[in-house]
Design a protein around this ligand. Structure first.
Ligand code: GLA
Ligand code: ZN
Length: 696
């Protein structure tokens, strides 16, 4: 397996540190731009993303171009040895474009066209918008292809949302004709349109889902979401065509998003598909640290899950943090600055999970408009004499000491399946506790058990290759697309350990229920049949007791919440049984021997201590390696990156209290941050990080 990746450009020798730089907002203030260059050095930054929202600055009138300002900035950045990530500015269009070509503006689900304004407000089908963006991108590529500062393309900004205009409707119909090979009968079957007399007799009858129209045909909703992803990718392909042609050596990315306040990935696009189109994955990470509803370490575990997901999108290739804030944002419910130390800690966490950059939104706070109070490296005071600036410079300093880590990766033995289409289908289902299905949380609660032990995990879609893992966990694998069950069977038959949970194997790729018994195509490998599921009220719980004799040696009872599925063993061994209600005595945890491997079924949604105990046994049984061998205090996390020759172990204290780990006799660790040998105890201040380097 690959362990050491090259940097994204030969000129990039270490971590990229810097971020979105918007001098186009400051052209009236040349002295401030001059001052930026001085401050950039002091902030130990080396990489800047330019032109993200620069369209009206580079093309103030249709066909009239003005690149002097960008030439100057690129030149000056090159001179001081900084790198430039150059953006294509399609994320927001100039007013003249909307005025001249209103069709570029997005139409909402209610079929009303938006006015000019905001950003990310374009139609991804519009031929005019496609032509204008491609043309401008060609000019940018021609002009800057050989520029010494250029290291990467940043295409558009946070693609997202959908358009319901007539052109998009037509494109959707074409997409469907292509998918169903013009066969309306196939579409009617897949969409189950006999329901409520919804049979389609002409493709022209199909519209995108809408609240005032059709939205309860689940396969229709799914196909629309798939179309939105495909159409966005198609728009992106149109954008990058001139870049690929004129700058074939320059890597391309587009910044993906997270989801908040529950920390997860953005759900509007299937990034598993999109990731295939970019050279490097990058994302914008904005966890709400210091919230009053979650401990910092709990949030850290969820953030870790998302970092691991982005790393796994391209099979372990390091990713980029394209945006984060050095202090606060302006759009959380409560906008709290990072406490002292949290900026370094959260930056190190990104790096620990595979990031090769720490880039900010943004370099300098704007004077006006909606983001004027969003955190930035340079505040309105305009100098370096403040806490946030000092903490940024510290991150720059530490990154330069960690240079050897760049390109190193992690090769976990454990994978958790998290799948966008599965999430869409679960969210859409009118079943269970409608607002408490919590698929993402179900994945993250299993993940936490590994995070606490410092056992590395990949987060993958159901399309990925399973064969390199020892343990594959698929929480709530409600949808099973063709071929997936067969690959799971093969994985287990070859000696893999598989864990599935309640509400798995319910529907196929069109959201049609499997007939003949759940968990559908997983029934054989799991050796069970799931007959019913009980949904519990918020304050309702059920207990289960482990059976006395089984190979995992688990004892006592554990508590279920939310869901208890009622299952029957069909060859599987029962490891625990429900103790209450009409299903008292029925199995709640089973294991099935299948070929050389084992397949577990967790029939209920359980409290965290179940996951901790259960997975500890599995970790021991499979001898899964952990990033750090000593016991970790609660809230201290370990992650590892390796380049094949050296391991880099990150130890991170997410507590705002001191923590101590005893070091065994005759053992010492070299810490790359303090550049010291650590013996006897690893002593953590609140939020402190260590990075130990050791030869393999
Ligand atoms: C997003 C955008 C940025 C900026 C930040 C603010 O990530 O890409 O332009 O608006 O949010 O947090
Ligand atoms: Zn449209």
């Amino acid at each position: 397996m690959k362990t050491n990746y090259p940097t994204i450009h030969p000129n990039v020798k270490g971590f990229m540190h810097g971020g979105d730089y918007n001098p186009d907002q400051w052209l009236r203030y040349p002295e401030i731009i001059q001052e930026d260059y001085r401050l950039m050095k002091l902030a130990k930054s080396n990489t800047f993303s330019l032109n993200i929202f620069g369209w009206s600055a580079v093309e103030p009138e249709e066909g009239v171009y003005q690149f002097d300002w960008l030439d100057d900035i690129m030149e000056n950045l090159a001179e001081q040895g900084s790198h430039v990530i150059l953006a294509t500015p399609s994320g927001a269009r100039p007013a003249w474009l909307s005025q001249q070509y209103p069709e570029v503006l997005r139409v909402e689900q209610n079929r009303k066209r938006n006015l000019h304004g905001l950003r990310h407000n374009h139609c991804f089908t519009s031929p005019v918008y496609r032509e204008k963006t491609r043309k401008l991108n060609r000019i940018l590529a021609e002009r800057y292809a050989d520029h010494p500062a250029l290291i990467m393309w940043h295409v558009s900004n946070e693609y997202g949302g959908e358009c319901h205009c007539d052109m998009c409707q037509e494109a959707f119909r074409e997409w469907l004709k292509n998918k169903y090979k013009n066969d309306l009968d196939a579409l009617n079957h897949a969409w189950w349109t006999g329901f409520w007399s919804h049979t389609i007799t002409d493709f022209g009858q199909i519209e995108s889902p809408a609240q005032h129209g059709e939205y309860q045909i689940h396969a229709h909703n799914l196909d629309w979401k798939r179309f939105v992803t495909d159409q966005t990718i198609d728009f992106y392909r149109n954008e990058i065509e001139p870049l690929r042609e004129l700058t074939p050596e320059i890597k391309i990315t587009t910044n993906f998003m997270g989801n908040y306040p529950r920390m997860g990935p953005y759900l509007g696009l299937n990034y598993d598909q999109f990731a295939k189109e970019v050279d490097v994955v990058s994302w914008d990470s904005y966890p709400a640290w210091h919230g009053d509803y979650q401990e910092a370490w709990e949030l850290a575990a969820d953030v870790g899950f998302v970092h691991d997901l982005f790393r796994s999108l391209k099979g372990g290739q390091p990713f980029l943090v394209m945006e984060c804030t050095p202090s606060l944002v302006n759009w959380h419910k409560v906008n709290k600055p990072k406490r002292p130390g949290m900026h370094l800690l959260s930056s190190m966490q990104s790096v620990a999970h595979g990031a090769d950059s720490i880039l900010y939104f943004q370099w300098r706070k704007g004077r006006g408009a909606s983001e004027k109070f969003h955190g930035a490296v340079v505040d309105h005071v305009g100098n370096e004499n403040n806490r946030v600036f000092r903490e940024v410079a510290e991150v720059g300093d530490v990154l330069s000491r960690l240079r050897d880590v760049v390109g190193a990766t992690t090769s976990p033995e454990v994978a958790i399946i998290y799948d966008w289409e599965n999430q869409w289908a679960i969210d859409d289902a009118q079943a269970l506790n409608v607002d408490n299905k919590k698929y993402l949380e179900a994945c993250q609660s299993q993940y936490r058990a590994f995070w606490k032990r410092g056992v590395p995990v990949d987060i993958i879609s159901m399309e990925k290759d399973f064969s390199n893992y020892k343990l594959l966990i698929a929480p709530m694998l409600y949808m099973i697309r063709p071929g997936v069950a067969e690959r799971i069977e093969e994985f287990v038959a070859n000696g893999g350990t598989f864990v599935a949970t309640y509400w798995s194997g319910i529907v196929n790729e069109n959201d049609l229920c499997f007939l003949g018994g759940f968990p559908g195509p997983l029934r054989q490998v799991l050796g069970i049949w799931a007959e019913e599921i009980d949904t519990l009220y918020e304050n309702e719980t059920k207990t289960s007791t482990f059976s006395s004799s089984h190979h995992l040696g688990l004892e006592g009872t554990y508590t279920a919440k939310d869901y208890c599925e009622l299952i029957h063993p069909e060859g599987a061994q029962v490891l625990a049984e429900y103790q209450e209600d009409f299903y008292s005595g029925m199995p709640s945890l089973t294991v099935n021997q299948y070929g050389e491997g084992e397949a577990y079924y967790i029939a209920s949604r359980n409290e965290d201590n179940f996951h901790e105990e259960f997975y500890q046994k599995i970790i021991d049984q499979l001898k899964l390696s952990s990033s750090f061998q000593e016991q970790l205090p609660e809230g201290v996390n370990a992650q590892v990156r390796t380049n094949g020759e050296q391991d880099f172990v990150f130890l991170m204290n997410f507590n705002d209290t001191r923590q101590v780990i005893k070091v065994p006799e005759n053992v010492s660790y070299y810490d790359m941050i303090s550049e010291k040998e650590i013996t006897e105890t690893i002593d953590f201040n609140p939020y402190q990080v260590y990075v130990f380097k050791k030869d393999k």
